[in-house]
Design a protein around this ligand. Sequence first.
Ligand SMILES: *Cc1c(COP(=O)(O)O)cnc(C)c1O
Ligand SMILES: [Zn+2]
Length: 409
Amino acid sequence: MALFLRELRCLKCGRVFKPGKNLYVCRACGGKIEASYNYEEMELRKGDLEKRTPGVWKYKELLPAEKRVTLGEGGTPLLKANELGKELGLKNLYLKDETRNPTGSFKDRMMTVGVSKAVEFGAKAVVTASSGNAAISLAAYAANAGLFCYAFVPATAPESKIAQLSIHGAKVVKVAGKKKGDPTYEMMVEGWKKFGWQPIPSAGAFNPYHWEGIKTLSHEICESLGWDVPDWIFVPTGAGTLLSGTAKGFFEFQRFGFINGVPRIACVQAAGCAPLVNAFKKNIPPEKIETWPSPKTIAGGLIDPFPWDADTALPALNKTDGIAVAVSDREILEAEKLLARREGIFAEPSGAAGIAGLKKLLEDGSVDKSDVVVVEVTGGGLKDIKAAMKISEPPLTFRGKDLEKILAA
Ligand SMILES: *Cc1c(COP(=O)(O)O)cnc(C)c1O
Ligand SMILES: [Zn+2]
């Protein structure tokens, strides 16, 4: 299949490029370049889409690479959450369960596309900067494709995530933080410039291809709802990549006339690292956003002190009449527990943060109890057992046959 990828346009200076090897940022100004497509030439029909096998590559016309490297990502269920809905007072609550992706997070939607493109370019090695899950996913897809993988992670990355990374053979390097900028990204760019390692980071800056895979999450939601859209979509947010991709997916399907309108987007960040919430509330333009000082939260997947994709995330929030909210670690852990106990879904703190945000916006009246709400549950709980141990109860210990005591305990 020929690709429908048309061009890459710089979001900073507006220059347009033909896609090609080693072109990952604007050649003129170093800005982020975004993929656009020959939508007019695609012959996409709802009925045809419905017949295809579920998964990211089902929407191949809308992706900038051909399927080469896959682990069976995407095609995750949209679960009706009746019990949790009851608890929160919502009739129509749905969970997009991204914990079921091959490496346990939605990042697999990005990496199947990113690594496929790198292979297409003849890459031998890939490199990433990530707070954990994106690197894990890249390491897995790189392993599958037989590519070398280098991963620069923040010094705060939990041990369990580093283990998940190195098990796939990635070379892991911890990098200490600093006041301005993000040293993991600086190292990644060094590796790319010096050694030609293909940059496939967590964010959409520095690679226009991989984050296109996120759109399929929204495409799937539309299909699962019978070509309808929810009133709200809740997105746990770090750098704003997931939010930007989520929005792009809905806008694409709107353009095809598959849906009427798009959902309002709720951006949920951890209070200990909330540069996008801050920028949205104070109307700070993307280029004026400063690095968040000393980020600290239990939600490791949301630690992005510099929101690399603010330039696509903030416009998406504005265009969808969105909202932004910060939640505390206590609220996040409470949400993790609620999800596990009411719905049987085990999420890591970052993965449960959307529920915490929803609870807050229901309480302050921003979300109505009659609204149809989808929450993205972005990462699985087995990734961060330490966090789960903080909210799990110690087991009972009994001697002998005193079963009755269990009832009393
Ligand atoms: C990466 C990640 C996010 C946030 O994604 P951004 O694209 O950085 O905003 C949310 N949840 C989990 C589990 C993640 O791994
Ligand atoms: Zn430019």
